[in-house]
Design a protein around this ligand. Structure first.
Ligand code: FAD
Length: 471
C-alpha cells in the first residue's frame, strides 16, 4: 500500500487506529496537540516533585478486557497491570465497607443473602466474557453474534438502575450497585443506567480492575512504542486546525469530538453533516482533584485499603439524589465521589512512605463551581483526618481539564452523553464515517463510547481500510 494516513490526536483511540492502519501496511503519522501523547491516558507530576498523578483515566477494566489491546504485545513494551486484592470498596456510614471482590464466588459470599442474586445477574456475562466483550465494545447491532447472551443483557440493561436494584434486599448491595451505575453519568431513574452497573461489575470479575504500573502513561507509552515498531510515529505539540492544510494523505482518522471535527473538517465536510455534528450532546462534566499525601487515606473501614478504587457516596438513595441533581444541571450537596489510591499498590507513584490520590465528582457540563469543600467533606465522612494528610493538591474545574485535552469538552470525560439516541447513533447514523470518504472520526464520541479500550479507534480504522479497498 503506498497511500499514507494521518491520525489527529494521540489518545488511546487515536493510537489504536494508527496501529490498525500500520498493521495493514499503511504509513501513518499521528499529530498530537499536547506535548505528551495519551490524551486522558497520561501521567504527570501535577502536585509535587516525585508524585506522579493520572491526569485522566486511572483504573483499566476495559483496557485489560479490550479485545484489541489484548491482541497486542504491550507487555513486551513495558505495560504491567497491577491488581489490588479487591477491585472496589464502597464504604458505608456504619464504618464498614461493601467490597467488589475480583472473584465472583467470593463476592457472592460477602454479599450474604444477596449473593445468589448478584451471582445470577453477573455470572452469564463473566463466564462468556470473550463473547460478551466484543459485543458490547462495538456499535449496537440488532443481529448480535450471541443473541441469547445479548437478549439477557438487554433485559436488564435497558432498565433504570433503581429498578434493577430491586432484586437486592440489602441496602449494602444496592449501594454497591448504585455506585457502579453512577459511572453512566445518568440519573439512576433513567433507562440504561443499569447497563453501566453490569458493564462495570462484569469486567471486575472477568479481568479485574487493574491500574498500570507507573500510571496510565505506561499504557500510552506501550502503544506508542509498539506503533513505532510498525513504522508509525507520533508528532507532539502539533495542534491541527484545518485538515485541508495537512498535505497529501489518503485517509484522516480524527480522534476528536464532533465539535472539533466540525471545526478542523471545515469545507471538507458537507453542510448537512456539520449540522448533524452540531446537534451532538455532551454529557455532564467532572470536578477533579489530585492529591499528594503524607500517609494513605485513613479510611474508617480498613477493608478500603484492599482496593485501588473506592466509591464514596453512601447509600443508593444518596447516590441517586446526587446524580439526579447533576443530570438536571445542579450541583450535588453530597456528591458521589470516585477515588483512586494507586500508590498503595504501585510504589512508583510517590516518594517512599508518601501517597497519591485521585478523586472526582460529577458536575454540570462546563461548571465553574468549586466543589472542593463538598468533595473533601465526603471523603472525610468515611476517612476522618483525610485533610490532615494532604501535602498538596491540584484542582481541575472542567475548563482546566479541557485546556489540557481539547476532547474533554466542558469536562465531559466520556466524549458525549450516553442516552438511547447517542447509544445507537454516535455521533451520527454513519458512526465512524463522515460525509467525506477520506475522513473518519475515531474518538470516544463513536461506538462503543468512553473508557480506555481503543475499540473506537479499532473499528474506525477497520471501516476506513475496508472502504479504501472497495469493501
Ligand atoms: C478525569 C478522567 C478520569 C477518567 N477515568 C477513567 C478510568 O479510570 N478508566 C477508563 O477506562 N476511562 C477513564 N476516563 C475516560 C477515558 O480516559 C477516555 O474515555 C479516553 O481517554 C478516550 O480516548 P480518546 O482517544 O477518544 O480521547 P482522549 O484520550 O481525550 O485523546 C484525544 C487526544 O486528541 C488530542 N487532540 C484534540 N484536539 C486536537 C487537535 N486539534 N489536534 C491534535 N490533537 C488534538 C488531545 O490532545 C488528546 O491527546 C477518564 C477520563 C478523565 C478525563
Amino acid at each position: 500500500m503506498n497511500r499514507k494516513a494521518c491520525v489527529i490526536g494521540a489518545g488511546p483511540n487515536g493510537l489504536a487506529a494508527a496501529i490498525v492502519l500500520a498493521q495493514a501496511g499503511m504509513p501513518v503519522d499521528v499529530l498530537e496537540a499536547e506535548s505528551t501523547p495519551g490524551g486522558a491516558a497520561r501521567t504527570l507530576e501535577l502536585t509535587l516533585p516525585g508524585f506522579r498523578h493520572d491526569f485522566g483515566s486511572a483504573v483499566f477494566p476495559l483496557a485489560a478486557g479490550s479485545p484489541f489491546f489484548s491482541s497486542l504485545p504491550l507487555a513486551s513494551h513495558g505495560l504491567r497491570w497491577i491488581h489490588s486484592p479487591a477491585a472496589l470498596a464502597h464504604p458505608l456510614d456504619d464504618g464498614t465497607a461493601v467490597m467488589l471482590e475480583r472473584d465472583l464466588d467470593r463476592t457472592k459470599d460477602t454479599l450474604g443473602t444477596d449473593g445468589p442474586a448478584w451471582d445470577k445477574l453477573m455470572r452469564p456475562f463473566v463466564e462468556h466474557w470473550t463473547d460478551f466483550a466484543p459485543e458490547i465494545l462495538r456499535p449496537v447491532s440488532f443481529i448480535p453474534r450471541h443473541p441469547w447472551l445479548m437478549a439477557r443483557f438487554g433485559m436488564v440493561a435497558l432498565q433504570p438502575a433503581r429498578v434493577a436494584a430491586r432484586r437486592f434486599r440489602h441496602p449494602r448491595t444496592r449501594a454497591l450497585f448504585a455506585g457502579l451505575a453512577a459511572h453512566s453519568f445518568l440519573s439512576l431513574d433513567e433507562p440504561l443506567s443499569a447497563a453501566f452497573a453490569i458493564l462495570m461489575a462484569v469486567p471486575a470479575h472477568a479481568v479485574g480492575w487493574p491500574i498500570a504500573r507507573g500510571g496510565a502513561q505506561s499504557l500510552t507509552n506501550a502503544l506508542c512504542s509498539f506503533l513505532s515498531t510498525l513504522g508509525g510515529g507520533v508528532r507532539t505539540s502539533t495542534p491541527v486546525q484545518n485538515l485541508g492544510a495537512l498535505g497529501d494523505y489518503s485517509l484522516f482518522l480524527c480522534d476528536l469530538t464532533p465539535r472539533q471535527l466540525a471545526m478542523v473538517g471545515g469545507q471538507r465536510l458537507s453542510e448537512s453533516y456539520i449540522r448533524q455534528l452540531n446537534t451532538y450532546r455532551y454529557g455532564s462534566g467532572v470536578f477533579k482533584v489530585d492529591y499528594a499525601l503524607n500517609a494513605h487515606i485513613p479510611w474508617k473501614a480498613p477493608e478500603c485499603l484492599r482496593a485501588a478504587t473506592v466509591h464514596v457516596g453512601g447509600s443508593m438513595e444518596e447516590i441517586a439524589v446526587s446524580e439526579k441533581a447533576v443530570r438536571s444541571g445542579q450541583h450535588a450537596d453530597r456528591p458521589f465521589v470516585l477515588v483512586a489510591q494507586p500508590s498503595l499498590f504501585d510504589t512508583s507513584r510517590a516518594p517512599a512512605g508518601k501517597h497519591t490520590a485521585w478523586a472526582y465528582c460529577h458536575v454540570p457540563n462546563g461548571s465553574q463551581v468549586n466543589m472542593l469543600a463538598k468533595l473533601e467533606d465526603q471523603i472525610e465522612r468515611f476517612a476522618p483526618g483525610f485533610r490532615d494528610c494532604i501535602l498538596a493538591r491540584r484542582v481541575f474545574l472542567p475548563a482546566d481539564l479541557e485546556s489540557m485535552d481539547a476532547n474533554l469538552v466542558g469536562g465531559d470525560v466520556g466524549g458525549g452523553a450516553v442516552d438511547i439516541r447517542q447509544l445507537l447513533f454516535r455521533p451520527t447514523w454513519r458512526h465512524y464515517a463522515t460525509s467525506a470518504r477520506d475522513i473518519y472520526i475515531c474518538s470516544a464520541s463513536t461506538p462503543p463510547g468512553g473508557g480506555v479500550h481503543g475499540m473506537c479507534g479499532y473499528h474506525a480504522a477497520k471501516m476506513a481500510l475496508s472502504r479504501l479497498s472497495g469493501g
